[in-house]
Design a protein around this ligand. Structure first.
Ligand code: ADP
Ligand code: MG
Length: 578
């Protein structure tokens, strides 16, 4: 016989591997328990970046001696009463695994006293072995102390990163929890030093300031969309403010912090073509959705979730952001301007009149149309911001110098053309009628076997963009028509580039983003390159075209279209004012 059933101890230790990856996971589980216990104040004390001591104290509902005894058993929870509860989980915990898992890989002490009780009780565990429960003086609430994490699993201990890294993970955990629960007081101390002390606040925006700091938080704008039982709300940075990584993208589902691919993708999709490649926004997103619509039981540490209606959620989120960004591009909040004052290097967003169709019909689901109605569009065009400017001329072959009512404006003609071409194409694509030009003499494009296959599978996608292609002997295609927007030239190159990019579309959820990327590629090829002299009427036409589109302040790759200096900024540059 080669098969044996694992001892309970061994089984717990294996299970612990999934739940307790590092000290920060312990902090996360303990804070979740405190929040589930209704705490209004949670203090986290760590020593040696959590590898020596982690102590979490709360003023929640506490546990009786009997509960204490059960709490550290595997699969023991007070949070699921009947089978159906598993499909409508409203608490942060539910697996009944955290305490036994943590207890099996550390020395743990739990001290707890419920509000009505005369005294508290204390329970000690060592590597999962329970000691006697004994009465003990205690404040109301619960304190759980973890010593020497992974003392009995040295392999695990070796995997710990530098103390600074482990500590930063702990800070992240506290910060995320704090963002979702502004009315709870959070404290984090490390080796006796205060790292965070977030007193309870009524306005979530105040918690944002505590956690993200004044600089980042000050520039965030509130957004909120939804009706019925799905709400998307939170705070976002308006383009072109951006960060080099996704560190400031926080997503929560029913107040649970998650790292969900769909949500992150939806957030970035909302910013599509507004930020430069490799740049990320700051977004704190709270999705509220009926408990039955989301399965939180798909990941041991509960970092991932599964949505019943994945694409509806994706649409709801990206649309909510897009909508907020559209409003911001039209009418930047004063907070944006004051926190990111325009400097020589920063771009200030300029109020833009709203016109033209937007993303409205890329993919409209019924749920969304009901839950997230688009606002009414104004009937008459407001006099255009761009066309109202006085053009002084073109400099350096690529910038248009203009006088605007508030000061001096420089426009990058290439970025402007690209954005105009992009929006025009997007409109045509949305309407399903991309204007095309037939080629009198078809051009041929030679492709590798892999590229041939990709193209063969995506002929309809290419067709929808205005490219008509036909097989033309082995290893090549004939280009019979191209988008009308493209200037005369060698089309094989753009077809080859698009085919290469088709390889990146693997899931349908990426398809729409993919389409937009392709639009940007075509737009880029369609544009008059820099260093071309523009006639006055061409410059005027460009400004007028900018007035007809949304998001005119950034090119489709996220580069700014214009930079503006107000009188105050100019006065400051010339030291007339300080
Ligand atoms: P889960 O949170 O999934 O139920 P845990 O192992 O984290 O599982 O905790 C087991 C049980 O112990 C919880 O269901 C809860 O009843 C109790 N418990 C744990 N921590 C606390 C706390 N800080 N205050 C009150 N009760 C707690
Ligand atoms: Mg728990």
């Amino acid at each position: 016989m080669k098969i044996e059933i694992l001892s309970d101890e061994m089984a717990s230790r294996i299970a612990a591997g999934e739940v307790v990856e590092r000290p920060a996971s312990v902090v996360k589980e303990l804070i979740e328990n405190s929040l589930d216990a209704g705490a209004s104040e949670i203090s986290v004390w760590v020593e040696g970046s959590g590898s020596a001591v982690i102590r979490v104290t709360d003023d929640g509902e506490g546990m009786t001696a009997e509960d204490l005894d059960l709490a550290v058993e595997r699969h023991a929870t007070s949070k699921l009463k009947e089978d159906a509860d598993l499909f409508r989980i409203a608490t942060l915990g539910f697996r009944g695994e955290a305490l036994p898992s943590i207890g099996s890989v550390s020395r743990m002490e739990v001290l707890s006293r419920p509000p009505g009780a005369a005294s508290g009780y204390r329970l000690r565990l060592e590597g999962g072995k329970k000691h006697e429960i004994s009465p003990s003086a205690a404040a109301i609430g619960t304190t759980i102390e973890i010593n020497d994490i992974f003392f009995n699993t040295p392999a695990r201990r070796k995997f710990l990163k530098s103390p600074a890294t482990e500590l930063s993970h702990i800070c992240d955990v506290v910060n995320r929890m704090a963002l979702a629960f502004p009315s709870v007081h959070f404290r984090l101390q490390h080796d006796g030093r205060n790292i965070a002390d977030y007193v309870a606040v009524n306005d979530p925006k105040d918690r944002l300031q505590q956690v993200l700091g004044r600089d980042v938080a000050g520039g965030l704008v509130l957004f909120r969309r939804g009706s019925g039982d799905v709400t998307v709300r939170g705070y976002l940075s308006a383009a072109p403010t951006s960060f080099p990584n996704a560190r400031h993208v926080y997503t929560f589902v029913n107040r649970r912090y998650v790292r969900d691919k769909i949500l992150t993708h939806a957030v970035l999709f909302g910013y599509e073509s507004l930020l430069m490649k490799g740049q990320y926004p700051a977004v704190v997103l709270f999705l509220e959705i009926p408990f039955g619509e989301v399965d939180v039981n798909v990941h041991p540490a509960k970092y991932e979730v599964r949505f019943r209606r994945q694409s509806d959620v994706h649409d709801a989120v990206s649309r909510a952001l897009r909508q907020a960004l559209r409003i911001e591009a039209k009418e930047p909040s004063p907070s944006v301007a004051t926190t990111w004052p325009a400097t020589l290097h920063a771009v200030r967003e300029t109020p833009l009149p709203y016109s033209g169709p937007g993303l409205a019909n890329l993919s409209e689901s019924r749920l969304l149309r009901e839950a997230f109605p688009m606002p009414e569009r104004p009937d008459s065009l407001t006099p255009g911001f761009f066309s109202s400017m006085q053009v002084l001329g073109q400099i350096l072959g690529c910038y248009i110098v203009c006088v605007s009512p508030s000061g001096l404006t420089l426009i990058d003609q290439h970025a402007a053309h690209e954005r105009v071409a992009f929006e025009k194409l997007r409109r045509q694509l949305n309407d399903g009628r991309v204007e095309r030009q037939a080629l009198l003499i078809p051009q041929s494009v030679e492709l590798s076997a892999g590229e041939m296959m990709l193209l063969a599978q995506n002929l309809d996608v290419m067709e929808s963009f205005g490219f008509s292609l036909e097989p033309f002997g082995p290893g090549s295609y004939a280009i019979r028509a191209v988008p009308a927007l493209l200037p005369e030239g060698d089309y094989a190159q753009i077809v080859r580039q698009m085919v290469a990019e088709l390889a990146e579309v693997d899931t349908s959820s990426k398809l729409r983003q993919h389409l937009e990327d392709r639009l940007a590629t075509i737009a880029c090829h369609s544009v008059i390159r820099a260093h071309r002299k523009l006639e006055p009427h061409e410059m005027r036409a460009l400004l007028e075209a900018l007035d007809q589109i949304d998001f005119a302040t950034q090119c489709p790759h996220g580069r700014p279209v214009l930079i503006e200096w107000s009188q105050t900024e100019l006065d400051r540059l010339f030291k007339r004012i300080v």
